[in-house]
Design a protein around this ligand. Structure first.
Ligand code: AP5
Length: 222
C-alpha cells in the first residue's frame, strides 16, 4: 500500500528564499511546485485579461484579488500530477480568506514552513536577484551568480524587484502574515532563512525526511 503524497506550504517575506528552496526541494522530493507568483507572471506573459488586471496590483506590491488567484491555484492543485505526487505550494495562501477558501476545497497541508529572514537582508536579495528566462532558474549577482557567461548575458530582472516596490510588498506581507499563521500554527515549522541556501535546505531536508519516516513507521504498525 502506498503512503499519501506529501503536501507542503512554504511561506515567508518577499525574497526570503521560497523559490530557491522550492528548486532544491523538488530536486530531492517528487512534489509538484505550485507558485502563485509564477502562475500570475505566466498570465501576464500570455497577455490574458487576468494577467493585465493582476499586473496592476503586482506593480503596487499589493495582493491580486481573490477572484483571480483562488481559482487559478485551485485548478493547479486539482491537476492529476499534484494529486498523485503531492504538492509544494509557494506564496499561497497570503491572506486569511485565501487560506479559508483552500480549506473549504479540501486542501490541507501536512507541514507549513515559514522562512524567517530579517528585513535588512531582504532588500539586498531583491535588488540582486536575476532570472534565467530559458531555465526559469533564480540567481543572485552576489550570492548565486550565473555559472557561465552565456547565462549571465541573458539574465532578466523582475518588474517588481526595485527598492521602492519591495517596500510595498513587505508592507503587504506584514499586514497579512499573522492571520495566515494563526490558521496553521499547529503544523508550522519556522526555519532560519538568513543562512546560506544550502544550509537552509539542509534544515528543510531533515524536516521532510523525518516527517516521511514517521509517516512510514506509523503505517507499518497498523
Ligand atoms: P511572488 O512572486 O510570490 O513574490 P514574493 O512573495 O515577493 O517572493 P519572491 O518571489 O520575491 O521571493 P522568494 O521568497 O521566492 O525568494 P527567492 O528564492 O527568489 O509574488 C509576486 C506578487 O504576485 C506579489 O507581490 C502579489 O502582488 C502577487 N501574488 C503572489 N501570490 C499571491 C497571492 N497568493 N495572492 C495575491 N497576490 C499574490 O530569493 C530571492 C533572492 O535571494 C534570489 O536572488 C536568490 O538567489 C537569493 N537567495 C535566496 N536564498 C538565499 C540565501 N539563503 N542566501 C543568500 N541569497 C539567497
Amino acid at each position: 500500500e502506498e503512503t499519501e503524497p506529501l503536501k507542503i506550504m512554504i511561506s515567508g517575506a518577499p525574497a526570503s528564499g521560497k523559490g530557491t528552496q522550492c528548486e532544491l526541494i523538488t530536486k530531492n522530493y517528487k512534489l509538484v511546485h505550485i507558485a502563485a507568483g509564477d502562475l500570475l507572471r505566466s498570465e501576464i506573459a500570455a497577455g490574458t485579461e487576468n494577467g493585465k488586471l493582476a499586473k496592476e496590483f503586482m506593480d503596487k506590491g499589493q495582493l491580486v484579488p481573490n477572484k483571480i488567484v483562488v481559482m487559478m491555484v485551485k485548478e493547479r492543485l486539482m491537476q492529476p500530477d499534484s494529486q498523485r505526487y503531492g504538492w509544494l505550494l509557494d506564496g499561497y495562501p497570503r491572506s486569511l480568506s485565501q487560506a479559508t477558501a483552500l480549506k473549504e476545497f479540501g486542501f490541507e497541508p501536512d507541514i507549513f514552513i515559514l522562512l524567517e529572514v530579517p528585513e535588512e537582508i531582504l532588500v539586498e536579495r531583491v535588488v540582486g536577484r536575476r532570472m534565467d528566462p530559458v531555465t526559469g532558474k533564480i540567481y543572485h549577482l552576489k550570492y548565486s551568480p550565473p555559472e557561465t557567461e552565456e547565462i549571465a548575458a541573458r539574465l532578466t530582472q523582475r518588474f517588481d524587484d526595485t527598492v521602492e516596490k519591495v517596500k510595498l510588498r513587505l508592507q503587504t506581507h506584514r499586514q497579512n502574515v499573522e492571520a495566515v499563521l494563526s490558521l496553521y500554527k499547529d503544523i508550522t515549522v519556522k526555519i532560519n532563512g538568513a543562512a546560506p541556501k544550502e544550509e537552509v535546505f539542509a534544515q528543510i531536508d531533515k524536516l521532510l525526511s523525518e516527517f516521511l519516516e514517521q509517516k512510514k513507521s506509523t503505517l507499518g504498525t497498523v
